[in-house]
Write a protein that binds this ligand. Structure first.
Ligand code: GRF
Length: 230
């Protein structure tokens, strides 16, 4: 469905820390007047820097501290109840560092999207930049994907890649990748707002009604290649 200012796409953005991906998404909504209603910026850590930024922008922002729950399941259940009350069309994980249980993921089947700092399926989990350097890959990147019960797995919507350069450290890679993450995630948000991307029953991603090969950022392709998808 193509969203309009009268019927905006409702998104909940979940963060754990700095929230630069969330900021890029929120800034794009404003700058491009996307028909997107950010119904909450929710952090599992009350001290997440991104929460303060969101509040300063006048966005609804809240904390649900996982530390106040006895178990992972109890936290998931509380998060599920909160998000159900907000009725988001999509739940965007943007540096959200809690693993969500399979009951939670199945409840929101096809509605949860994550950004992961590697070219999945390579390097799921933590320390992805370190893993990439240890393996000697020549290309590294990020992946925006639908979330399934398997961690850092699931149908890929878009990827962005950067070359690994001589002398790179994990910090260098992280710093060079971050703006690409922002670019790729905001592109996915545009597609969602325009109703162009969807997850089919067969588990494949469709863009404009056709099977979709992951979009890679413009740093890999020339302008014409990119516009072919628009
Ligand atoms: C990003 O690299 C994201 O891909 C990963 O955690 C980092 C979060 O950064 N999952 P930020 O909080 O969005 O600035």
């Amino acid at each position: 469905m193509k969203h309009t200012p009268e019927r905006p796409l409702r998104v909940a953005i979940l963060i754990s820390g700095r929230g630069s991906n969330m900021q890029a998404l929120a800034q794009t909504v404003v700058a491009e007047r996307l028909p997107v209603d950010i119904c909450t910026v929710l952090a599992n850590r009350p001290d997440a820097a991104g929460l303060a930024w969101a509040r300063a922008q006048g966005l609804p922002a809240e904390a649900l501290s996982h530390k106040t729950f006895d178990s992972r399941d109890a936290f998931d259940a509380a998060l599920l109840a909160r998000l159900d009350a907000l009725r988001p069309d999509y739940i965007l994980l943007a540096g959200f560092m809690r693993v969500l249980g399979s009951d939670f993921v199945r409840h929101f089947d096809g509605k949860i999207i994550n950004i992961h700092p590697s070219l999945l399926p390579a390097f799921p989990g933590l320390h992805t930049h370190q893993q990439a350097l240890a393996q000697g890959v020549q290309w590294h990147g990020c992946t925006v994907h639908f979330v399934t019960p398997v961690l850092d797995h699931g149908p890929i919507i878009a990827q962005g890649a950067i070359p690994v350069l001589a002398g790179d450290t994990p910090d260098h890679l992280a710093a060079r990748l971050l703006p690409v993450e922002h670019q790729v995630y905001t592109q996915v948000l545009r597609w969602l707002a325009e109703g162009r991307v969807s997850l089919c029953a067969d588990g494949r991603v469709q863009l404009d009604g056709a099977p979709h090969r992951a979009w890679a950022g413009p740093h890999l392709f020339n302008e014409q290649d990119c516009h072919e998808h628009e």
